[in-house]
Design a protein around this ligand. Structure first.
Ligand code: B12
Ligand code: SF4
Length: 482
């Protein structure tokens, strides 16, 4: 069958109190999930597959329809984030207008969380919960033979079907998955605004996370890792394409230090030259590990700090202490690895404006290279969300209504026990100004600018960070400016 995998454009992303500058950069990441599924279908079946990343140029719907029609697919597979549900539905509708399209299937994090609501959306033939590789292959095979999609592991083809109890993994061993083929997309056009201006991609070398932070729903995934040798094969394939920057999007890269050490050893042994970024927990870090990472090309570590008080960290079940956080940031600065700290504003333990100002002050004291503040927006399916329901702070109905009938004017609930939405937004803007309008920050970044293009890109992002009305330069413009 001819299969087209589509990432919807981002015209109607749910406003979840994320600054425009932060959400705009979401468009610059490659669609890793779709690339992994497409590679799998190509390697393991006779089906013809193509990817349409409608986010990259933020396509209008008539253009999206034209691009789909040009490929003449019979099956459309759409990836769905909860915040993008309106665009997902519009993409389903656009697909349905193309005469060749016989079946529409959706998958992705939103579907994994709410498969029943997804399969009930108009125009959707099937919803895949969890990993898409094997279920999509099974679906294509069955549809090709004119069969019924019901009963396939991981798939719901009707709202009355039982919700799959467990995610279906093609294998427990990540080494068994084919090397993701990045040439299935216009891979040279993706970039990292915090990076050095080279061709950028994402990669995943482990899945799942054994921790239990209450605002996150990742823990339900089984923890699985890729061997250093398999990971380096994929890195090598990227380098051959001219990719120089890789962001490992593993939920938590350092579940064990040994795994990180082994990967670094393999990178060094093979002499792989690229710059990389990881998402880390502060727990268990030491100088030896960081020095080895630095030697192997790690240029940046992103930490979900979230809060600067023991009470706040405990409430979110972060399982780290303020001391461990400070130690980790000091070590990174000593070794020369840049840091990004993610903070939340408006958590249950920030009861007064002063508490939020303390969080902001803490972010400056920690001295990361970049900081990202978000207003806490609890997602259904997380422990924190259940706590909000229990305490009467949150209400499930607006979310459920949105999931059943996505509306453009939907606003995700914030934790408004102590502050109104407007107050939180105001403090969020204040947080960005306090952090980024400091001479130390500006001076440090001026020193690290590598070329005029890099300067333009960072200046644009920086301005948007501070002034929400500065228009976003599209990834296409970024690519042209390279
Ligand atoms: C990298 C990442 C990002 C990157 C890039 C995202 C992107 N567009 O690719 C950036 C930083 C931009 C980002 C932004 C956001 N993210 Co994010 N992100 C991730 C992360 C860490 C990895 C995603 C990834 O690439 N995984 C690797 C691929 C191979 O696996 P996968 O995504 O799970 O895909 C598999 C299945 O989902 C399925 N599948 C996916 N699509 C499809 C399609 C079909 C047809 C089928 C059959 C199957 C299928 O098969 C895939 C392959 O096995 C995940 C956490 C996680 N562990 O997944 C969060 C995660 C996806 N992000 C999340 C969120 C909330 C966000 C933001 C809203 C955060 C914010 N407040 O701004 C934004 C929204 C972005 C947007 N669309 O507007 C949530 C999503 C929850 C939800 N229900 O939607 C996650 C799950 C984190 C979490 N635990 O809360 N994110
Ligand atoms: S926030 Fe990070 S460390 Fe905590 S459970 Fe989620 S992925 Fe794991």
């Amino acid at each position: 069958m001819r299969v087209m995998l589509v990432r919807p454009p981002a015209h109607h992303t749910v406003e979840s109190e994320v600054p425009e500058a932060v959400s705009a950069e979401n468009l610059s990441y490659p669609p890793l999930a779709l690339m992994a599924i497409a590679t799998f279908l190509k390697e393991k079946s006779h089906h013809e597959v193509a990817i349409l990343d409608a986010q990259l140029d933020n396509l209008a719907y008539d253009e999206l329809e034209r691009r789909i029609a040009a490929f003449q697919p019979e099956v459309i597979g759409i990836t769905a984030f909860t915040v993008q549900l309106v665009d997902v539905l519009k993409t389903v509708q656009a697909s349905r207008r193309v005469p060749s399209v016989k079946k529409v299937v959706i998958g992705g994090p939103h579907v994994s969380d709410f498969p029943r609501e997804c399969v009930a959306l108009p125009g959707v033939d099937a919803a895949v919960k969890g990993e898409g590789q094997k279920p999509l292959l099974d679906l294509c095979n069955i549809w090709e033979q004119g069969g019924e999609a019901r009963g396939i592991p991981g798939v719901m083809a009707h709202p009355d079907d039982p919700v799959p109890e467990q995610d279906v993994y093609f294998s427990n061993n990540l080494d068994d998955y084919p090397l993701t083929d990045r040439t299935l997309v216009d891979y040279q056009r993706y970039y990292d605004v915090m990076g050095g201006g080279g061709i950028f991609t994402t990669m995943i070398s482990s899945r799942g996370c054994p921790y239990r932070c209450t605002f996150c729903n990742t823990p339900r995934h089984r923890y699985r890792v890729m061997s250093p040798s398999r990971a380096c094969d994929e890195i090598e394939a990227c380098i051959k394409l001219g990719i120089t920057e890789i962001y490992f999007v593993d939920d938590t890269f350092n579940i064990t230090n040994q795994r990180v050490m082994d990967l670094c050893d393999e990178i060094l042994k093979r002499g792989l030259k690229f710059s990389w970024t990881v998402r880390f927990r502060v727990k268990g870090m030491n100088e030896e590990l960081l020095r080895k990472m630095h030697a192997a090309g790690c240029g940046r570590i992103q930490f979900g700090v979230e809060q600067g008080t023991e009470e706040g960290l405990l409430r979110l079940k972060k399982d780290v202490t303020v001391r461990e956080i400070e130690h980790a940031f000091k070590l990174c600065r000593k070794v020369g690895i840049r840091t990004v700290a993610y903070f939340m504003i408006g958590t249950p333990t920030e009861r007064s404006r002063q508490d939020v100002m303390d969080t902001i002050r803490y972010s400056i004291q920690l001295d990361p290279d970049f900081v990202m503040f978000n207003v806490l927006t609890p997602f259904p399916g997380t422990t924190l969300y259940d706590e909000g329901l229990r305490d009467g702070v949150l209400d499930l109905n607006p979310w459920l209504e949105f999931m059943r009938a996505p509306r453009e004017d939907f606003k995700a609930q914030v934790w408004d026990e102590h502050f109104s939405r407007a107050e939180l937004r105001d403090m969020l803007n204040h947080a960005y100004r306090r952090f980024y309008w400091r001479p130390t920050f500006v001076a440090r970044n001026l020193l690290q600018i590598r070329n005029p293009q890099d300067f333009l890109r960072k200046a644009n992002a920086g301005l948007r960070m501070l002034k929400p009305d500065v228009p976003r330069s599209t990834p296409a413009q970024h690519a042209e400016s390279r």
